[in-house]
Design a protein around this ligand. Structure first.
Ligand code: ADP
Length: 485
């Protein structure tokens, strides 16, 4: 069984969020199950730099519409995953991010950049493929590769079967109608059962319409997106396709996120050496210019600073948090307004609140280890990785009951403590009242060392690897291939 995993992100080379991590850890896990899986992704500058001599394996021409000629190059990742790098320098070798220009706006040709990626994914599963490796399944991820099932449907119906994984329904890839012929899609695709979505062309809808199976990254999110409140206009279609929709919780990279071996920490630790966590806390307080206080709980945040993440609520609670008393360290970047708000609360509470605006992998590790309590008040959260990292680092999280947060964090209360299941703090409404109450409960519980260690133990001994989830993806692949045979 040959599987093409098509993705716009792959850590460590390109990552703006959870998808980059997921792709990089799921791919080797699936290969270790004996699946002949290759990863298709654009040859961004970081990949060009990492694999300057990647050999050419195919020249692509005549892909339709205004899709340009391109090349495929072959490389292999450090953990043995074969990569197919889609090379079109004009599209992918640019300064700036994978989606945004340096001015912070979407690249104006994103429809063609990711239309090409989707089209080539479909090509690799179609009779036109000239490689000696043609896939049986195209596994797309998010809107950037979501047109692949639509291309297969319209251009190669006898080609590969398709799976689409939704990592975040908020990003849909919406473009003007004029892009339809540019993308080489037939006029017939412009209909409500095609790629049309309220007079615009939706990459994501194209995928949801035509993928043989749809998955999303947690069971609770799979339910939530079928409701009006969380469906972002696509809930009707998702309800219609509920029989092929399922939620598979992301695992984490347990090698990269392991406090016992984390090279970014001043002292490594595990459940038997929890006292070393205190050294990481002191080092973090020092690094961030906070008062070095072992007697105060230190809350930590690592996040995109956007409405989704609910951190505006936390910023509003800054005074109350300091009065608990407690400290806060936050690392994040995103919406300009929210960045300013976080800079402002740090300015108002020197010694107690510190914020770094930016993206810093090493500091993210030091916060997971050095903080006492992690905070993720998301309004919605398809899966979320940081709450799992924090559980593993003995840093119980405070989360809102949504998506993957609801599937991984168990609130500390009489019942769950009695059953020895509690591992963090969960609140329901996205309000300052509910978040404030959960922060207070967490700070109070932190002051009871025996109870706190029970929470830490639950998190640090839980299984967050990819084994089980990889098995579930493999089962989906097998079922799809078996149905065709
Ligand atoms: P999302 O994909 O919605 O951004 P996730 O929790 O699923 O949220 O994944 C976010 C990933 O990106 C995690 O690995 C997290 O540590 C990382 N991350 C987010 N913001 C930053 C930042 N400012 N610096 C370093 N890492 C970050």
């Amino acid at each position: 069984m040959k599987v093409l995993f098509a993705t716009p992100e792959f850590a460590p080379w390109v990552k703006t969020g959870g998808l980059g991590d997921m792709a990089a850890s799921l791919a080797p896990a699936l290969r270790s199950l004996g699946i002949d899986l290759r990863v298709l992704l654009p040859c961004y500058p970081a990949l060009q730099k990492a694999f300057p001599d990647a050999p050419l394996v195919a020249q692509l021409a005549g892909l339709g519409g205004e899709l340009p000629d391109a090349a495929l190059r072959a490389a292999v990742s450090a953990d043995g995953v074969p990569l197919l790098l889609l090379d079109h320098p004009d599209f992918y070798r640019r300064p700036g991010g994978p989606y945004l220009a340096p001015n912070g706006r979407d690249w104006i040709d994103n429809h063609l950049r990711f239309g090409l990626l989707s089209r080539v994914a479909a090509w690799l599963g179609s009779p036109a493929c000239t490689l000696d490796w043609r896939c049986d399944i195209v596994h797309s991820n998010d809107w950037q590769t979501a047109l692949a099932p639509a291309y297969l449907h319209y251009l190669a119906p006898e080609g590969a079967r398709s799976v689409l994984t939704l990592h975040n329904l908020a990003f849909q890839g919406l473009f003007e109608q004029a892009t339809l012929p540019q993308l080489g899609l037939p006029d017939a695709a412009w209909q409500i059962d095609g790629v049309e979505f309220y007079d615009r062309l939706s990459f994501l809808k194209g995928g949801l319409q035509f993928a043989d199976r749809i998955t999303t990254v947690s069971p609770t999110y799979a339910q939530e997106i079928q409701t009006k409140a969380h469906g972002m206009g696509l809930d009707g279609l998702l309800r219609k396709r509920h029989d092929v929709l399922s939620g598979i919780l992301n695992g984490i990279d347990t090698a990269a996120w392991n406090p016992a071996e984390d090279r970014f920490l001043v002292e490594r630790y595990d459940l038997r050496r929890l006292e070393s966590k205190a050294a990481n806390k002191a080092a973090l307080q020092k690094e961030m210019g906070l008062d070095i206080r072992a007697d105060l709980p230190l809350f930590g945040v690592v996040s995109r600073l956007t409405e989704q993440k609910g951190l505006d609520l936390l910023a509003q609670l800054a005074d109350r948090l300091v009065d608990l008393p407690a400290q806060l360290v936050a690392l994040g970047s995103g919406d300009a307004d929210m960045e300013l708000d976080f800079a402002e609360i740090a300015r108002c509470h020197p010694g107690h609140i510190a914020c770094v605006i930016g993206f810093d992998e090493a500091l993210a590790h030091r916060i997971e280890a050095g903080a006492d309590i992690f905070v993720m008040p998301s309004r919605f959260e398809p899966c979320g990785l940081n709450q799992m990292y924090s559980l593993r680092y003995g840093t119980p999280p405070v989360v809102r009951a949504t998506g993957g947060l609801a599937d991984t964090v168990i609130d500390c209360n009489q019942t769950t403590l009695g059953e020895d299941r509690a591992n963090g703090f969960v609140f329901n409404r996205a309000t300052t009242e509910d978040l404030g109450d959960a922060l207070r409960r967490a700070a109070e519980t932190w002051r009871k060392p025996e109870l706190w260690q029970r929470l830490q133990r639950q998190g640090m001994t839980a299984e967050f690897g990819w084994q089980e989830s990889a098995n579930r993806y493999a089962a989906i692949y097998r079922a799809l291939v078996a149905r065709r045979d």
